[in-house]
Design a protein. Structure first.
Lengths: 465, 350
């Protein structure tokens, strides 16, 4: 059942990869389209409920499923469970691109003819993560009103569905997910840490396979919707776990495997600069969000919510300064200092490309801790919102009048701190491994460690102080 | 016309696709339809009226005018769309109802008299909280009770908008206890409650000072008599009720200690506009209204009679930002509140 590899992970070679698709039941459940479609339809139903509740229900954010289910329940589940442990699995059932994809394919299940849409290739200049990075930053700037106003949440989700439909009808496959979705890039980056991967078993088999049905498609399934040739997959960043390659490979050469966490983080080739930038923007965003949403300043929260006001402009400028300039700039300085004290010589670009993946554990921990703090504080809103989903005075679950009650008490801040410290330890180990790969040794790792400690100190200050 | 022969597996696949499409259609139609029908049903129900409460800057009560018939129950579904509001009917004994944000609270009202009733917010929900009012027009076969009874200030010919500087002020804070200890029998015209409420204390002091019976008293002692006159004209129960009414309705502007320094009054227009952007479109965008009255200032307070103060509360201050409380407070509540205001001039400071 299991194939043994020599994983390049911080946990060393004691971990092996477990091929889940060698289990007949698991494989049949994954290959069959019914189970996946059932989950997708449930997700679509949830999306429709959220949009309807957001548009018709109470405008009180803490009582409306649109805000409560999406930004408290879903976000926490995504950041604390789904992404760290299952990577991009959510993307395989995410309802946002499904209407567009179904229209594009003209089918919900197997391929049925040519489908609809122009099928144009995504413009070459817009490939990579830059557009996605920009989309994330734009959404992030307006996040506080969206987080608290059900109608805005509903409009954002409906807008994303419409954009995804438009993109699907003009461009090929899941160009929306691959190049635009503001959450997709986020999930992809941190999916590298997940102990789950879709990979080919033997790339030589793919090389000899002339028709490459995993990319071109067959009667059994679609060519990779994420525009990836599975044989070249070296990380989870661009694999949407849609399972199509599992269905289209006639040679049973695609596997879904359990693996050591973070196995993607020490790739043999440098990552792209847009991916490195994404890593830094997300660390900066985690810092700002933690400070704004969990920090002591109500004036800052008010500024972040007052879109269009002078105070919001100041907040937006601060957000951009931290996420786009300060954090990437500090990291750049750290990677430039490293080579100068170490024995290796790297260009600025190479420094970013080599060391940025090492920050993934710290970034993931920061987001998980922030999300855990947020959900523990606000989880008691979930049952009342479900009990009266559109604000009509219902009490479906008998929990409508349940009062708000933060969970965890004083232990929460220590739990959040512990998560961040685990992330720091993991990232530090990654940093050292990268420095050693570059023959720079500990001295080369020192400045990047310093950067990581600085980020950690900022987060701990928010969580504890 | 040709006949296309389908293999069993192709037929099965086509069947699966059709089933999937049916499932998708059910999901995409059922969820929005169920939500829309439930929403429409709740909002169109003839048996209950849904009233949404929002801070005044965002619209106040929606709808702001309701209609009811004497004897017919009026079912209300009250829901706050933003912060905690309270719902109460003016000049009524019914306890206010708290409205937590987003929660529907149902209540039923039955009116036994036709007329226009004011409902209002009982929670300090924002800078313009007092504007959060609506009316219920109740019709019935019997004629509406006369709503307008000539206020005392009008029958006394008091111009409540005119300045009212005190003609005299005490050097020491007057004490009703000291006044009582004097064992002085006030002369005719200074004994009854009507005597007290019709005349400003400063005027009362001057009249008493000129009365031969007070010749042996110091100026401060005469002020103590004035304070005692106030205390004799009211009751502990009235003062307690007045204190509660002041805390609930007045303290936010006039301050808990009556100094005109409540939290709302201290906020600058910019600060209010920042906190409540919609407020920038209301009076705060224009000229700033005068500061709330300082009840601790004897130079103006002692120049006002209780009738004048009651009139201001009843009618509100023209152009001053002072709300009108006539439709909200009963006659007894108005006087209890007026009596309480004198605690800021007479008695122990606390």
């Amino acid at each position: 059942m299991a194939e043994t590899h020599t994983p390049r992970s911080p946990f060393g070679s004691i971990m092996t990869r477990v091929d889940l698709t060698r289990l007949p039941f698991v494989r049949s459940m994954l290959v069959a389209r019914g189970p996946q479609l059932a989950v997708q339809l449930a997700a679509v139903a949830g999306l429709l409920l959220v949009i309807a509740a957001g548009l018709l229900g109470t405008p009180v954010g803490s009582r409306n499923p649109a805000t409560v289910l999406v930004w408290i329940a879903w976000w926490a589940a995504l950041m604390i469970v789904a992404v760290p442990f299952f990577g991009r699995l959510w993307c395989g059932v995410c309802p946002l691109p499904l209407p567009g994809e179904w229209l594009q394919r003209g089918a919900l299940l197997r391929p049925r003819g040519r489908g609809r849409g122009l099928g144009l290739p995504w413009p070459r200049r817009l490939r990579g993560l830059w557009v996605q990075n920009a989309a994330f930053v734009i959404v992030a700037l307006f996040s506080l009103p969206v987080l608290t106003q059900p109608r805005l949440t509903a409009l954002l989700l409906a807008g994303l569905v419409l954009v995804a439909i438009a993109i699907s009808l003009v461009f090929e496959r899941r160009s929306f997910c691959r190049y635009l979705c503001p959450v997709g890039g986020f999930i992809g980056l941190y999916a590298q840490a997940a102990p789950l991967e879709v990979r080919v078993r033997d790339p030589r088999v793919c090389a000899d396979h002339t028709t490459k049905t995993c990319y071109t498609g067959s009667a059994d399934g679609y060519g990779c919707p994420w525009l990836v040739f599975p044989a070249t997959l070296t990380s989870n960043v661009s694999c949407g776990v849609c399972l199509e390659c599992l269905r289209t490979c006639p040679l049973d050469n695609v596997a879904i495997r359990l693996r050591p966490m973070g196995a993607d983080l020490r790739r043999s080739t440098p990552i792209r600069i847009d991916e490195a930038f994404k890593s830094l923007v997300l660390i900066g965003s985690a810092l700002v969000y933690a400070f704004v949403l969990l920090g002591p300043s109500s004036a800052l929260r008010a500024a972040a919510a007052a879109v269009g006001s002078q105070s919001w402009l100041a907040y937006a400028a601060g957000f951009l300064l931290v996420t786009v300039v300060l954090v990437p700039g500090l990291f750049l300085v750290a990677t430039r200092l490293g080579p100068s004290v170490g024995s290796s010589h790297l260009s600025a670009k190479e420094g970013l490309q080599r060391f940025a993946p090492a920050l993934v554990p710290l970034g993931l921990a920061a987001w998980a801790a922030f999300s855990l703090g947020f959900v523990l504080t606000n989880a008691s809103y979930i049952l009342p919102a479900l009990s009266d989903p559109i604000g009509l005075g219902w009490d479906l679950l008998g929990t409508t009048s349940m009062p708000w009650a933060p969970v965890g008490g004083p232990l929460v801040s220590w739990a959040l701190s512990a998560i961040v410290l685990v992330g720091l330890a993991w990232s530090s180990r990654q940093v050292r491994a990268v420095a050693e790969d570059l023959a720079g040794g500990v001295r080369m790792a020192l400045p990047v460690w310093g950067f990581s400690f600085l980020v950690t100190a900022g987060l701990l200050w928010v969580f504890v102080a | 016309m040709g006949l296309r022969r389908l293999s069993p597996s192709t037929t099965l696949r086509a069947g699966s696709e059709h089933l999937a499409r049916i499932a998708l259609a059910l999901v995409t139609l059922a969820v929005p339809l169920a939500v829309a029908v439930a929403w429409w049903g709740a909002n169109r129900s003839p048996s209950a009226v849904t009233i949404h409460g929002r801070v005044s800057e965002a619209g106040g009560w929606l709808p702001g005018t309701l209609r009811a018939v004497v004897g017919s129950p009026l079912q209300l579904r009250l829901v706050s769309d933003d912060v905690v509001h309270g719902f109460a009917i003016g000049r009524s004994d019914a306890a206010p109802i708290d409205l937590p944000p987003g929660q529907v609270v149902e209540t039923t009202l039955t009116f036994d008299q036709p007329g226009t009733y004011t409902f209002y917010c009982t929670r300090w929900c924002g800078p313009d909280h007092w504007r959060m009012r609506g009316v219920i027009e109740v019709s019935g076969s019997q004629p509406a009770a006369p709503e307008v009874v000539e206020p005392l200030y009008e029958s006394l010919g008091i111009d409540i908008d005119a300045p009212h500087p005190a003609s005299a002020v005490p050097q020491v804070r007057p004490s009703p206890e000291r006044g009582e200890a004097l064992g002085f029998e006030p002369p005719e015209g200074f004994r009854s409650r009507p005597d007290f409420i019709a005349r400003p204390p400063a005027e009362t002091w001057q009249s008493l000072r000129l009365d031969p019976s007070t010749r042996g008293l110091s100026e401060s002692q005469v002020w103590d008599l004035v304070a005692y006159q106030w205390r004799s004209a009211t009751t502990d129960a009235a003062l307690q009720e007045g204190q509660a009414l002041f805390a609930q309705n007045c303290a936010a502007c006039h301050g808990e200690s009556g100094g005109g320094d409540g939290v709302i009054a201290l906020r600058t227009p910019e600060g209010v506009a920042e906190a409540v952007p919609a407020a920038g479109a209301t009076h705060l965008a224009g000229e700033q209204p005068p500061s709330p009255a300082d009840f601790t200032d004897p130079s103006t307070m002692l120049g006002a009679s209780s009738a004048l103060l009651q009139g201001k509360i009843l009618r509100g201050g023209m152009g001053t930002g002072m709300p009108y409380w006539g439709p909200i407070l009963t006659e007894a509540q108005l006087w209890a509140l007026t009596d309480y205001l004198w605690t800021f001039q007479f008695g122990e400071t606390s």
